[in-house]
Design a protein around this ligand. Structure first.
Ligand code: PLP
Length: 392
């Protein structure tokens, strides 16, 4: 097995690790009888459910489809409300709009970027009479949210949690004495994942929903394939459609890649943890101008993003200057994320919302390269380039 070579001199903020056996797994799938709904779909789902400790896992086309299916499976209706942190990818909020629900944006902790119970409580005060159906915590960067705290508030408000977990595959957490894994859905109705190339395992496009509720799993499976159901004793050609669904299937070819990648999760996770530890040491001298995003006490993350918070006014550089100086030295970076409540579409719908934690996070955040194919020397190279760009 050989590590994938660098695509060029630029270190991107994230990238896939595809090895010869991953390619062999796809080749084998291409020679098999089913290119789409074949036996590898169920095999990938079983392996994924086992890896995260959930009873059911339902594969789908991508992480956005996973979120949309979760809203459909819960029967979230037009005019109802869904609470989403403003610091996330667009899709976390958009899935509520796909079913006609309203998005109520929650603030985040300015140092971790996570929606806290305090931020959720504040957002609950802005429902304006709408019925709350779901709260969507995002395990930003890979650190786990305070799931018991969020769950208690959501339950009191008559809603469930749906964890948007694409950043946190492999993350473990301990609340009190119990060790838990992101995706085991002990506190939530469902958790969603993405296998986009920058995420912890890659299938190109791909997604998964985990749940411990057999009825939700069944509904997710029906809705990902047009809403078609086959009654047990029906004629061989027969199918029925109680409600329209979508074509959100993940083909056998990509499930074969997913299975091969999932087997590497322990190695990928260990490498991400080792790189994060190397960054902690290397970045320490750049404090207080540069700090790594805060890790909650209960979280033992497999980080998806190495996000630092930079006090740009104090160091006398703009973020644009820093991004360009890094790029000139072959170091990619990215901003995760522009607050979603500021997007023209959402401002047009809901007007301006004041979320000071999200603004404070956005003003300082920058994600540095982090992916298993990086070397320890790459960490040193990134850190030196950042120090030089900031004049530290
Ligand atoms: C990647 C991502 C998604 C969307 O996943 P896709 O597979 O790209 O559709 C949604 N939410 C978060 C937090 C993500 O990081």
């Amino acid at each position: 097995m050989t590590a994938a070579p660098m695509s060029g001199p630029l270190l991107p903020y994230g990238r896939q690790t595809i090895e010869d056996d991953d390619i062999a797994a796809v080749t084998e799938a291409l020679r098999a009888d089913f290119l789409t709904t074949g036996p590898t779909v169920a095999a990938f789902e079983r392996a994924f459910a086992e890896a995260v400790g959930a009873r059911h896992a339902v594969a789908c086309a991508n992480g956005t489809a996973a979120l949309h299916l979760a809203m459909l499976a819960l029967d979230v209706k037009p005019g109802e409300a869904v609470i989403v942190p403003s610091i996330t990818f667009l899709a976390t909020a958009n899935c509520a709009r796909y079913v006609g629900a309203d998005v109520v944006f929650a603030d985040v902790d300015p140092d971790s970027g996570l929606m806290t119970p305090g931020a959720l409580a504040e957002a609950l005060g802005r429902l304006e009479g709408r019925r709350l159906r779901a709260v969507l915590p995002v395990h930003l960067r890979g650190d786990a949210c305070d799931l018991p705290g969020l769950e208690a508030l959501a339950r009191d408000a008559g809603a469930v949690l749906v964890e948007d977990a694409p950043h946190a595959l492999g993350t473990t957490m301990s609340f009190g004495n119990t060790a838990e894994t992101v995706g085991d859905v002990r506190h939530s109705a469902m958790a969603t994942f993405s296998f986009h190339p920058v995420k912890t395992i890659a299938t190109g496009e791909g997604g998964m929903v985990t749940t411990n509720d057999a009825r939700l799993a069944e509904r997710l499976r029906t809705l990902r394939s047009h809403g078609m159901v086959r009654p047990p004793d029906a004629d061989p050609w027969w199918y029925e459609m109680p409600e329209p669904g979508f074509n959100y299937r993940l083909p056998d070819i990509l499930c074969a890649l997913g299975l091969s990648q999932l087997a590497k999760l322990p190695r990928f996770a260990a490498r991400r943890r080792a790189l994060a530890a190397a960054y902690r040491v290397a970045l320490a001298p750049l404090a207080p101008g540069v700090r790594i995003a805060a890790q909650p006490a209960w979280s033992d993350p497999v980080l998806h993003l190495m996000t630092v918070l930079i006090d740009f006014p104090a160091v006398g550089r703009t973020r644009r200057d820093v991004v360009e100086a890094l790029r000139a030295k072959g170091v990619g970076s990215q901003v995760h994320y522009i607050p979603v409540h500021r997007q023209p579409y959402y401002q047009g719908l809901y007007g301006a919302t004041e979320l000071p934690g999200a603004e404070a996070w956005y003003g300082r955040c920058l994600s540095l390269p982090l992916y298993p194919g990086m070397t320890d020397d790459d960490v040193a190279r990134v850190t030196e380039a950042l120090g030089a760009a900031l004049g530290l």
